[in-house]
Structure formats: C-alpha cells, structure tokens
Design a protein around this ligand. Structure first.
Ligand SMILES: Cc1cc2nc3c(=O)[nH]c(=O)nc-3n(C[C@H](O)[C@H](O)[C@H](O)COP(=O)(O)OP(=O)(O)OC[C@H]3O[C@@H](n4cnc5c(N)ncnc54)[C@H](O)[C@@H]3O)c2cc1C
Length: 303
C-alpha cells in the first residue's frame, strides 16, 4: 500500500464505496482499503480504541456494544469503513463521530511520510473535515484513535429516540438499527449512497425570508447563528419524493436518498440530481450541495 507514491497515474482511495457514486468510467486505479485490527486500552475515565481504517464501521459499533463501551450507539448501521468516518464526520441522531476522535493517523502521499493529526486539528464540521479540503487526495487514513468516556449522557432527544423510556445504550443501539432498517434502503439490495444531498445551512436573514414564505419548513438554528434546513423536506415540497427518472428513484420513504432501481447509468443519476437541485433552487432560492462523492473520468466532480 505504501508504494502509492510509485503508482503511475491517478488513483482513488475506496473504503466500501457507500458514499461514492461512480458517474463516469474513471481513468485511474481504484485502491481498495483492507487494513484490519482493533486495539483497546482502558484508563480510569476512558476507553481508548485504536482502529485500522479498513474495519467496518457498524461492526466496530457492535463490538463496542458487546463490551459495554458506549458512545457510538446513535451511529449504528452507518455503512462503510472506519477510515472514511472522519472524512465527512459521519453523524446521525444528534451525534457526530468527531466527538470521539482523539487523533487520526494517515500516510501523506505527497510527503511519503506517516502523520498523526489531533482530532481538534481536523476542522470537523457538519459532513466536513480537513480531509475534504487541504488533505483531499493527499491523506490515506490508516488508523483512527478514539477516546470514549466511561461516563457520558445518552443522546436521545432526536426524532423517534425521544420516545424511549429510560433507555440504556443497548436500547438506543437497537432502536437506531430498527429505525434505519425501516426507513433506509439497504445498499446490498438496492443501489444507493445514503443521503445524496447535504442539509443546506443558510444565513439567518435569508432563512427568515424563506420562513416568511414557507412557515412549515423544518429549520434548525446552528451555533454560528446560521440556520439549517432539512433537504429532504425541500425536495419533497418540490414533488420529487417517490418519483423517478431514467432508472433513478427519489426514495418514497426518504426523499434525500436516490436509488438505482432500474439499471441507471452514472449520467442518469447526475441528470436527476441536477433536476432536483435546480427545482429546489428556483422554489426556495437554496443551493443543494451533494453529500456523496461523485467520481468522474478524471477524479471527483461536483454537481
Ligand atoms: C444507506 C446509507 C445510509 C447512510 N447513512 C449515513 C448517515 O446516517 N450518516 C452519515 O454521515 N453518512 C451516511 N452514509 C454515508 C456513508 O455511510 C459514509 O460516508 C461512510 O463513511 C462511507 O464509508 P465508505 O468506506 O463506504 O466510503 P467510500 O465511499 O469508500 O469513500 C468515501 C470518501 O472517503 C475517501 N476515503 C475512504 N477511505 C479513506 C481512507 N482510508 N483514507 C482517506 N480517504 C478515504 C474516499 O476517497 C471517498 O472520497 C450512508 C450511506 C448509505 C449507503
């Protein structure tokens, strides 16, 4: 693997491909990450986990639950590898993985050297990190080091989790698995990459204007004063939920997810996604960004 610098021509790192849509025939080499291994240490107040980047994320969550190590329960059943988790700072049900990342180890492809970066230097944000910007295409994450506090509060305010009565971590884990199985299409059976679009975050003045016209729009104030809108709601209001185009379907239960239900090509996916994005833009004045990585002929492309 660390002969990457010697690969002739471009290459693209792939974990399990669950956040990547290949929209054209890529001209380079796909490098598949198969690094495995988990080590666990314990101090008075914390568990310290060091996990190789090719481990499956959900298996890690389940492994922790089996050992009564809490923290990851809200992030159960998110597909993909541990190494990809910091890239977009995976999150679900009110929890983001960045809360537990102590440091990330990567191989710097340009420098040909191993580097460790502290969690607080990773510039984590909503579905965002330094690995999508300055270190994009340059860092091959080899290991993620987590600190899980022994004493913490369960996060159960979000959606259907709020209905749980005095839950423990295993109850939250089981509920998250149940909700996700009932709402999200399993990529093993129907091709999809989870949420296709990010929830858009807009300036307060713009949000106020939108809310005057659409008072029912779900809107969530952010710490920086901006307002996050639910992209699924915006898409649904434009009438796309359950509709299809060229073999691509806007999922009937979750409008944020596009599925390949009938041999759609990469360009079919792009065509439908662009149509959705343009319609949302003209109805609400909000620009939707793709959350999934779109791999084109020469590398990543934007919508
Ligand atoms: C049904 C479904 C539900 C989902 N639900 C959620 C959710 O609730 N929350 C959420 O945040 N995400 C969700 N996702 C998105 C996805 O699960 C995550 O983004 C996951 O982290 C992707 O892992 P992967 O290994 O499959 O990544 P890949 O698609 O293989 O790669 C994603 C990106 O990371 C880069 N990358 C991968 N491994 C490495 C590495 N070792 N070093 C450097 N770069 C690397 C790739 O080059 C690519 O740019 C969902 C996806 C699906 C299909």
């Amino acid at each position: 693997m660390f002969q990457l610098a010697n690969l002739s021509g471009p290459f693209y790192l792939l974990g399990e491909g669950s956040n990547t849509v290949i929209v054209e025939d890529y001209i380079g080499t796909l490098v598949l990450n198969k690094m495995k291994g988990i080590t666990l240490e314990e101090s008075k107040n914390s568990y310290w986990l060091s996990v190789a980047s090719g481990e499956n994320w959900h298996d890690l969550v389940t492994w922790c639950m089996d050992k009564a190590i809490g923290g990851f329960e809200n992030l159960a059943l998110i597909p993909g590898t541990v190494g990809a988790a910091p890239i977009q700072n995976i999150g679900a049900y009110g929890v983001e993985v960045s809360a537990f990342i102590h440091s990330v180890e990567y191989y710097d492809i340009e420098e040909g050297a191993f580097v460790t970066i502290a969690g607080n230097e990773c510039l984590f944000g909503y579905r965002n990190s330094i690995f999508k910007h300055k270190l994009q295409g340059r860092a091959f994450i080899t290991k993620v080091n987590f600190r899980l506090p022994k004493h913490y509060s369960l996060v159960t305010h979000y959606g259907e989790l709020a209905s749980l009565c005095e839950p423990n971590m295993l109850d939250v884990y089981a509920k998250v698995v149940e909700i996700r199985r009932s709402k999200l299409p399993d990529p093993k059976f129907i091709g999809n990459a989870g949420s296709f679009f990010k929830n858009p975050v807009v300036a307060k003045e713009k949000a106020t204007n939108i809310l005057e016209h659409f008072p029912d729009a779900p809107a969530y104030p952010q710490e920086d004063g901006q307002i996050k809108f639910a992209a699924g709601w915006l898409i649904e209001q434009c009438g796309f939920k359950g509709t299809s185009l060229g073999g691509v379907q806007c999922h009937p239960k979750q409008a944020l997810v596009l599925t390949n239900y009938k041999n759609a090509s990469g360009s079919d996916v792009l065509t439908f996604a662009r149509k959705i994005s343009e319609t949302v833009q003209s109805k609400f004045g909000i620009c939707l960004e793709n959350e999934v990585r779109l791999l084109g002929r020469n590398g990543l492309v934007e919508l």
